[in-house]
Design a protein around this ligand. Structure first.
Ligand SMILES: [Zn+2]
Length: 346
């Protein structure tokens, strides 16, 4: 081993080391290159191990070359280390970039159900006349649902309501909101102005205009000197507010066991304005509710003296009002929870 050979080997080693450093594509690879060339058992140590075979005067020169190679490799390692760090940071930033030009994800917000909206509108209109909202139970006693409303067990009028009974004897799913009248009369002293919205149930075959579950709003006013004219005036005002000013209305004779006299309240067809169309069965009129003066028997069952107090009651179908209000032709849509239907009301 002579000086030139050793110098040449160091020069080759330096070049190979620099190439390896430049080729390292990750911090781990660079670490491996450093160990391979500058480690305790690395290439440089191995080559310099030959220094002992040189004549003593040549040794410092080779030592100096060796140091220069070490420094060159260390400098190159440092540069490459920074390059890799910068590249890693750039890659991470690129990965985490938020593209502010991307369209946002749509946020679906809920909305009130059309029946709830309609119930609220009904309550708002009657609220202007001092009517306060009460709630009655959906599971009701036969006594309140029928008997207190002047419908004894053998009364033929029971056929008007196909009833769903529950397992507890004497109880049923209310067939109408009218038992709420009894609750209110038993709990409140006149003057009474009560509105009772709620869900009702009947054993009905389901079709476009019938459901076994539907919504009603019951109204009850009891005071001294209440007359049919008060009822007519109130319902007229309601019809104007709900279906537009100037909408013609009429009373027709009706029948309910719990009112006497009883009436059906019609508004001029909102589809054809009275000309006659399939929606109004070509009559030009649509019945929106049933009403009448509270029967003296019912007042007595509510704990009130019919000689002193008179009252009127009315019951309207929320579904029916909503159908007219929104132009819907199938009652089943209300309870099918189809978002395509419901989103139209948001
Ligand atoms: Zn019509």
């Amino acid at each position: 081993m002579d000086l030139d050979t050793l110098s040449a080997r160091l020069s080759t080693l330096e070049q190979a080391g620099l190439d390896a450093i430049r080729a390292a594509s990750s911090p781990e690879a660079l670490e491996a290159v450093q160990v391979a060339y500058l480690g305790r058992r690395g290439e440089l140590k191995t080559v310099l191990g030959g220094i002992g075979a040189l004549p003593a005067p040549d040794r410092p020169q080779v030592g100096a070359i060796g140091n220069a190679v070490r420094e060159a490799l260390e400098a190159a390692l440092e540069i490459r280390r920074r390059e890799l760090q910068t590249a890693a940071l750039d890659a991470r930033l690129a990965r985490e970039t938020v593209d502010v030009t991307l369209p946002g994800r749509p946020f679906r917000s809920g909305s009130l159900h059309p029946l709830i909206e309609t119930n609220r509108e009904i309550a708002r209109i009657f609220g202007q006349f001092g009517f306060v909202v009460y709630e009655g139970p959906e599971v009701e006693s036969d006594a309140r649902n029928f008997q207190a409303l002047n419908i004894p067990p053998d009364h033929p009028a029971r056929d008007l309501w196909d009833t769903l009974y529950v397992d507890v004897p004497g109880y049923l799913l209310r067939t109408h909101t009218s038992p709420g009248q009894i609750h209110v009369m038993q709990q409140t002293a006149p003057p009474i102005r009560a509105l009772l919205p709620g869900r009702c149930f009947r054993y009905e075959a389901v079709d476009a205009s019938h459901g076994f579950e539907f919504f009603q709003v019951e109204g009850l006013m009891v005071d001294e000197g209440t007359t049919m004219a008060d009822l007519r005036g109130l319902l007229d005002a309601f019809a104007q507010a709900m279906f537009g000013r100037g909408r013609p209305t009429r009373f027709r004779p009706g029948y309910y066991p719990f009112t006497e006299p009883s009436v059906a309240f019609d508004v001029q067809c909102v589809v054809c304005n009275g000309v006659g169309c399939p929606s109004c069965k070509r009559t030009g009129w649509m019945t929106i509710l049933g009403a009448g003066m509270v029967h003296p028997v019912v007042l007595r069952n509510g704990g009130l003296d019919p000689e002193r107090y008179q009252g009127f009651a009315f019951g309207l179908g929320t579904d029916r009002i909503a159908i007219l209000r929104y132009g819907i032709d199938d009652i089943r849509m209300f309870l099918e929870n189809d978002l395509r239907f419901l989103e139209q009301f948001s």
